[in-house]
Design a protein around this ligand. Structure first.
Ligand code: NAD
Length: 355
């Protein structure tokens, strides 16, 4: 069973939930709109299904509503920021806005953000940068529970550490939709396992190992504790290369930002913290604005001329699936499965709200 809900109605309900949990209405709306945008973009893993976990984290006092970033280092092009356990959807945007001021002044900014609660879809931040005609790169670690196994390792040692690169394509009248590559370095996002588990589905071979290190297709192994009290693990994407990128995200997003890396057993708390290293560049300041715009168009055009392989829809570029999902879901509504909807209602009850 599932419910189909219009995006605006869903955003309204989730806004009420965060207001009940202590957020001011502007923050509640910002978080709710970000989560609904993840659903609209086809990433239910990072949509409203995360809200119950956020409510638990607030009740555990590990997520602090109405928090502002603290500026630890500000030397012009270099920003060292601390999210102080605030909602990632809020402190992440505050951090990007400050970085954008620096890009406007200096042409580029290297910004690190530590101790943000879950930043949600990292593509959201790249979309903010490409809308200004700027390139952005993001390396992120996840401090929650070690759910991804190292290449040739038999248990989870780190998080789904996302990596994201946004690149504007063309400029002015010739601008096309941007390239927005945004992915977890696990073969699939952990939240997609929660969604599959809630829907009673199996997942593709090669995605998971169980709590004993054996291959399995059952997503529950990373969602609920198994018979020995332990969880299974997700595999990294792209074999040892994806594993290497995941480690880079941990060291750049976690160690370099000051937020820390994961090197302990899970403690069962519900908070999810992210550390993020972001690099934002204005091509104009680099002196390549015109040729960059021409080359991005020429290269994308060249890629699109590649003939479609049999049975495929042909070449797509990163960012396109999300934009297509937005069009479809804005029209048809967002499907929320029964288990997720019940979890949202239960979360409401915890903060005195009845849907
Ligand atoms: P995914 O596997 O669906 O990959 C998404 C990326 O691949 C997008 O850039 C998309 O445009 C591109 N893509 C998809 N199909 C394509 C095709 N046929 N051709 C070309 N490009 C294609 O995403 P995911 O790994 O499940 O990650 C989902 C979301 O989860 C991301 O937004 C990520 O930022 C987020 N995430 C967040 C955290 C966190 O702690 N905050 C952790 C992990 C993941």
């Amino acid at each position: 069973m599932s419910h189909t809900i219009a995006a605006a109605d869903l955003e309204h309900h989730i806004t009420q939930l965060f207001i009940a949990a202590g957020s001011c209405s502007a923050e509640a709306q910002q978080v709710a709109s970000n989560l609904v945008m993840a659903n609209l973009s086809g990433h239910d893993s990072h949509g409203v299904g995360m809200a119950p976990r956020y409510i638990d984290a607030v009740l555990e006092k590990n997520l602090v509503p109405n928090t502002h970033i603290a500026v630890r280092v500000d030397s012009g092009m270099l920003l060292g920021l601390d999210g102080q356990k605030g909602f990632g959807q809020s402190v992440g945007v505050q951090a990007m806005d400050l970085a954008f001021e620096r890009v406007a002044q200096h042409g580029a900014c290297i910004m690190s953000l530590s101790h943000a609660h879950h930043l949600g879809r990292i593509g959201h931040f790249a979309e903010m940068a490409v809308a200004r005609g700027w390139v952005s790169l993001h390396f992120v670690n996840v401090m929650s529970r070690p759910v991804v196994a190292p290449w040739h390792g038999g248990d989870g040692r780190f998080g789904t550490n996302p990596c994201c690169i946004g690149i504007p394509v063309g400029m002015g009248d010739n601008a096309q939709e941007p390239f927005v590559l945004d992915f977890a370095t696990s073969r699939v996002a952990q939240g997609k396992m929660r969604v599959a588990h809630n829907e009673g589905k199996q997942v593709a071979p090669g995605t998971l190992i169980d709590e004993l290190g054996h291959p399995t297709n059952t997503p529950g192994v990373v969602v609920v504790p198994q018979s020995n009290g332990k969880y299974g693990a997700l595999m990294p994407f792209g074999e040892y290369k994806g594993f290497g990128l995941a480690v880079a995200c941990e060291l750049l997003g976690g160690a370099l930002s000051g937020g820390g890396t994961w090197h302990r057993e899970a403690d069962g708390t519900r908070a999810v913290y992210n550390g993020m290293l972001s690099i934002i560049i204005d091509p104009k300041a680099l002196g390549t604005q015109m040729s960059f715009a021409q080359e991005t168009l020429a290269f994308i055009d060249w890629l699109r001329q590649s003939p479609a392989t049999e049975g495929s829809d042909g070449v797509q570029l990163a960012g396109e699936p999300e934009r297509a999902a937005r069009l479809a879901r804005k029209k048809n509504g967002i499907v929320v499965d029964d288990a997720t909807w019940q979890e949202i209602k239960d979360a409401g009850a915890k903060v005195g709200l009845r849907f």
